[in-house]
Ligand binder design. Structure first.
Ligand code: TXE
Length: 494
């Protein structure tokens, strides 16, 4: 076997081994073979990285840099990424098995996020306040928070990192990133571009390794002031508990159980394509996966037939091949998870309409067939729990009120799709559905200009869009006494 590529960590502008010198293997989901070795970080490494980030935060090289200059560095980083899309896309596909064409598309668009926050960097300003007291002048400014701990999952490594990295740096913070243990490589490949863009040492640090100890040590570290987490609810619970140690401000992006609601007046072809895009795009491994399709009873059979027909034509195979539409899942554990949910669906009375197993024609790789269940009970596990794979549940409804009720009947609240040609209905349902993102007659659209985030079990806080800048700054108010008179009675609040 060829020698595996080896990745060290990046702390304080240097490539370093972990304190134990240990490495772990990262696998290619299409072949199940290890393809690289990644440094196995420890709590000691986290401490080194956070201290470096704290020093960099205080260093005038960064702290006195103008916001305009920080914006220029971000813009340069965007340009450097644009020139390396092809290479970075290959690393992402090697690590997480997602289609090369999807990763290429995502990375081609990534610079736009850096440009957007580059533009915002010098527009983060405070206000003068019309204070209701004579002789007092007050204004606010927005200041960076300090060391940011960014924890990312495996499904879209560089995109989900960018949603944290770009606003954090635009606002003048420093950052320690812990990528998923499943997909560390693409971020480590990005590091030389961060250096080349001109960010001072210690401003961006990467510690690789597992949730325990690296994620735990990072999110509980006393010098960390801000935590940005994307992942599953179980890890999020740890993160919140850990933040009790440092009182860091936390944002959480935790996935969902998003509905795609198709009304009888919808364009059936478009709705069917939207459902396919929502659940089989990225093999369903997407936080906004439209994993529940609610179809009006009058068009139920017609739309379901179209969805099944398209699902049956999906090309499953090598994620590097141009014609492939669904590649492997990211880990062997993901395949087991799909098998588990298929069994749970069957046991709880759902009817398996399509798929439900590993594709027989493919011998190697963590593949799973696009799978469709239909049922009426919305309380069963496959209709309530985030599966995070290519499993769709299809449920009929009769009235708009019922559709809204059913759509809102999980603990999640991230995204929703509404398919209708009735303008007033589109607005009514968009308002009533519990989701941070609503798409009408489309699905899975993203832009740096639009916020991403949800409520309840989907987490809290917003990434992307201008609001994200506020998540990485804090307000300071300055009061100035403009009176020439002596100080008034010191025992009364002024
Ligand atoms: O996520 P984990 P996993 C959901 C989805 C998926 C489930 C589990 O439902 O099936 O999460 O996926 C780090 N302290 N999403 O296991 O474990 C971990 O090392 C700090 C939705 O991959 O939550 C990794 O870097 N960090 C999501 C990151 O958390 C900890 C995308 C996410 O891993 C930690 C991915 C700890 N104690 C999964 N334990 C989305 N919103 O898109 C683990 N981590």
């Amino acid at each position: 076997m060829a020698e595996l590529k080896t990745y060290r960590m990046y702390i304080n502008g240097e490539w370093v081994e972990s304190s134990t010198g240990e490495y772990f293997e990262s696998h290619n989901p299409a072949t199940e073979e290890p393809w690289c070795l990644v440094a196995k970080g420890t709590a000691e490494d986290v401490d080194r990285a956070v201290r470096a980030a704290q020093s960099a935060f205080e260093n005038p090289q960064w702290s006195s840099m103008t916001y305009t200059q920080r914006g220029k560095l971000l813009r340069r980083l965007g340009d450097l990424i644009a020139a390396r899309v092809e290479e970075l896309a290959v690393y992402e596909t090697l690590d997480n098995g997602k289609l090369i064409r999807e990763m290429r598309g995502q990375l081609q668009y990534l610079p736009e996020f850096f440009y957007y926050y580059a533009g915002l960097a010098d527009k983060i300003h405070g206000e003068t306040l019309p204070i209701d007291k004579p002789d007092l002048f007050a204004f606010t400014s927005r200041e960076p928070i300090g060391v940011v701990a960014a924890i990312t999952p495996w499904n879209s490594p560089l995109y989900l990192t960018t949603l944290k990295l770009a606003p954090a740096l635009a606002a003048g913070n420093t950052i320690v990133i812990k990528p998923s243990e499943v997909t560390s490589a693409s971020l480590l490949e990005l590091v030389p571009l961060i250096e080349e863009a001109g960010f001072p040492p210690g401003v961006v640090n990467v510690v690789t390794g597992f949730g325990d100890p690296v994620g735990n040590a990072l999110t509980s570290h006393p010098l960390v002031r801000r935590i940005a987490f994307t992942g599953g609810p179980e890890s999020a619970r740890h993160v919140i508990r850990n933040s009790a140690e440092n009182f860091a401000r936390v944002t959480l992006e935790l996935g969902g159980k998003s509905p795609n609601i198709v009304f009888e007046d919808a364009d059936a072809d478009n709705a069917a394509m939207g459902i396919i895009a929502g659940i089989f795009g990225a093999a369903g491994q997407s936080c906004v996966a439209g994993s529940r399709a609610f179809l009006h009873k009058n068009i139920y059979d017609r739309v379901l037939e179209k969805v099944v027909d398209r699902a049956s034509k999906i090309v499953i195979g090598d994620p590097m091949a141009a014609e492939t539409e669904v590649g492997p899942l990211a880990t062997a554990g993901q395949v087991k998870r799909m098998e588990h949910y298929v069994q749970a669906g069957r046991e709880q009375g759902a009817r398996l309409v399509y798929g439900g197993k590993k594709p027989e024609a493919i011998q190697k790789g963590w593949y799973f067939e696009p799978t469709i269940f239909e049922h009426t009970d919305t309380q069963i596990r496959i209709a309530q729990e985030e599966i995070f794979g290519p499993i769709l549940t299809v449920i009929p409804f009769e009235t708009e009120e019922e559709a809204i009720l059913l759509a809102n009947s999980t603990n999640y609240g991230l995204a929703a799709g509404i398919w209708t040609n009735h303008l007033a209905r589109a607005h009514r349902v968009a308002k009533s559905v519990r989701a941070g993102i609503v798409w009408v007659n489309t699905y899975r659209s993203i832009s740096p200009i639009a916020p991403i985030g949800g409520s309840h079990w989907s987490g809290y806080g917003r990434e992307s869009g201008y609001e994200a800048i506020y998540e990485y700054t804090q307000s300071k108010v300055v009061w100035v006494n403009t009176s020439a008179d002596p100080m008034p009675d010191p025992f009364i609040m002024r």
